[in-house]
Design a protein around this ligand. Structure first.
Ligand SMILES: Cc1ncc(COP(=O)(O)O)c(C=O)c1O
Length: 380
């Protein structure tokens, strides 16, 4: 029984699922070249915004004919822009298996009042992807951050689809292979896998998504902050660094630093390998301990970023209180911060395993989790 505190502590106790840990080489002096106090429309600002867009393309391997825009309001802003600008032209299928996907369902069904076909699954499971008809517009989350369940692949997305795939990939981009030919709209935020700052989102559009924007006008009004077209034409500036409104040049510098760090660990391949190694350490821990298990039921759907865990010991009297107490104990010891399950998710823990987290920190933290578990069992 691990009642004794382990001898070593993680060098970095930050395992939050967003904002995520900064890259290991980060310190604020790395941002000293930020274009602070300068106009984002001046050459220096525009160049940095363009570098953020083109750096994203390079690291993620986004095709040259896809548009990449920096948009307001983080991933949420990017998803909302897509939903409000593109949907309504044809039938819509909404897929959801956790909190964020469910949020997009609410928006589409209750706010846009679209009579969508809604497919849902409980936490830990995934919807029947084989039943999806990609001649409809399909809205889904690549990695369900609050369930730790991701799509196993994109084989279910037809190459000759007539609908658009709209994919919230915020906890997947920079940690998982995203098949760009299968994704018409992809969104993510800086605060997730690369450990950037919040408030800015990325919107990636395929040529077919652009064609839809230029050929279809929704029936509802669009606020300026959502508008991607003018006079039936794409506003190209948004996709070259002329943002809709003022961005934080400090956050831009931070993102440029994060992209440089990503290149230094081998780009996307290196980032995926780091996330895989982190997640594997947690999976192995679950295999070795019969009191804890992955929330994702099917191994093929297990996230390598937001790994969600549930306690399975019969001795636990109040599951929610127990999980909270374990997380609190680890926080009090400065071993693991922010690892409680998301507020809408089943009781448990969520350990961020994206590439900015060092595997050695995961490996050092896990024996402490065993210690905290035993301590809470004893304290019940
Ligand atoms: C799948 C998913 N979608 C959307 C969001 C919202 O992201 P943001 O707060 O960056 O807008 C999150 C944040 O955790 C998320 O995990």
């Amino acid at each position: 029984m691990a009642t004794q505190q382990p001898a070593t502590r993680p060098a970095n106790p930050r395992f939050s699922s967003g904002p995520c840990a900064k890259p290991p080489t980060f310190d604020v002096t790395k941002l000293s070249n930020a274009a602070l106090g300068r106009s984002h429309r001046a050459a220096i600002g525009k160049d940095k915004l363009k570098a953020a867009i083109e750096g994203t393309r390079e690291v993620l391997g986004i095709p040259a004919d896809y548009k990449i825009g920096i948009v307001p309001a983080s991933d949420t802003g990017a998803v909302e822009m897509a939903l409000w600008s593109l949907l309504g032209e044809r039938k819509v299928e909404m897929l959801a298996w956790e909190s964020f996907g469910s949020g997009w369902v609410t928006d589409v069904v209750k706010q846009l009042k679209i009579d969508a076909e809604v497919k849902t699954a409980d936490y830990g499971q995934i919807v029947d992807l084989a039943s999806v008809d990609c001649n409809n517009d399909v809205v889904f989350t690549w990695n369900g951050t609050t369930a730790g369940v991701r799509v196993p692949n994109a084989d279910w997305i037809a190459d000759d689809r007539e609908g658009l795939t709209i994919c919230d990939a915020t906890s997947a981009a920079f940690a998982m292979d995203l098949p760009w030919d299968k994704l018409d709209v992809t969104t993510f935020s800086w605060q997730k896998v690369l450990g950037g700052e919040a408030a800015h989102g990325m919107l990636v559009l395929s040529p077919r998504a652009v064609a839809r924007l230029e050929s279809y006008t929704p029936a509802w009004p669009l606020p300026k902050i959502f508008r991607l077209t003018k006079g039936g034409k794409l506003i190209e500036g948004i996709f070259t660094g002329a943002t809709i409104n003022t961005p934080s040049m400090l956050a831009v510098e931070d993102y440029l630093f994060a992209l440089d760090w990503a290149r230094s660990v081998g780009g996307l391949k290196g980032l995926i390998a780091r996330a895989d190694a982190n997640a594997q350490a947690v999976f192995d821990f679950c295999d070795a301990n019969d009191w804890i298990a992955n929330l994702a039921e099917d191994v093929a759907t297990r996230s390598n970023t937001s790994v969600c865990l549930k306690f399975t010991d019969d001795r636990i009297q109040d599951g929610a209180a127990f999980a909270k107490a374990v997380a609190k104990r680890l926080e009090n010891e400065n071993i693991a911060l922010d690892i409680g399950a998301y507020r809408d998710a089943p009781a448990g823990l969520r350990i961020w395993c994206g590439g900015t987290v060092e595997t050695s920190d995961i490996e050092t933290m896990l024996p402490w989790l065993a210690w905290a578990f035993e301590a809470e069992i004893a304290a019940q």
